[in-house]
Design a protein around this ligand. Sequence first.
Ligand SMILES: [Zn+2]
Ligand SMILES: [Zn+2]
Length: 291
Amino acid sequence: MPTDKQTDAPPRHWARFWGVRGSIPTPGHATARYGGNTTCLEVRIQDQIVIIDAGSGISPLGSTLIDEFGASPLNLTLLNTHTHWDHIQGFPFFIPAYIKNNRIRVLGRDPKPDSLKSIFKIQMDGNHCFPVPLEAMQCEITFEHLEPEGQTHFQLGDISITTCPTNHPGGCLAYRIDAADSSLVFLSDHETEGQDEERIVNFIKNTDILIADTQYTADEAAKRRGWGHGCSKGVISLALNAGAKSLYMTHHDPSHNDDFIDGMLADARKMVPLSSNLKVFSATEREKISF
Ligand SMILES: [Zn+2]
Ligand SMILES: [Zn+2]
């Protein structure tokens, strides 16, 4: 008897947004639809669970992973773009890190080797956001330094991961995740003005999903040169030149409420020429996308 398994099967690869806000968590009724948590993305690809950034969104992700896996050990890879607070502040509240037999491999940039761990440690030193030290985390946790300026390439099982420095004060890494049949690029935080566009376009080339920092409108970006964030105009230019299939705008500004982001999305879609197949969305907390 023929089955419809092929169409019923879940997508092989998917990602879920757990935090789409830039700079500072922004709870409240005005941001409830897109969400107020800072940056965190869960990526499920083949048998890997990859997390990009540990903003406040990693806290609800942790609870969801525990609900899904129960007492089974978790093997997680956390890719950190950079250590600004909005990309690490949720880590002390990530419950799977306190559970023995779980493994967390943290990889990220910092100008000095070994300083990635020390920055995660400092935010848990009792003077900052948390009363319990990093050592209280019972999981097996390792920190690996990635080259801050050049591209690094490494494998995670059959998955290929490549980094690319972005245009951001203090530095930041974008990540490209490639499986045999699909790819995703996470490009936050990145100022499109003053960038080496060709270098970024080559990095994004033909990706299925581009998730990119579009914190500002073009007017705001003009007034905030050097702040290290993108605008939809610049990011759409990158996506079109690179032949990306879908663009998800993220790192929403804390001052932008849901209606404002709706307006930014409508404006962004108007910038896509009719001849292009590029699809443009605004990233929404807890939204699951397949690729
Ligand atoms: Zn940020
Ligand atoms: Zn930043």
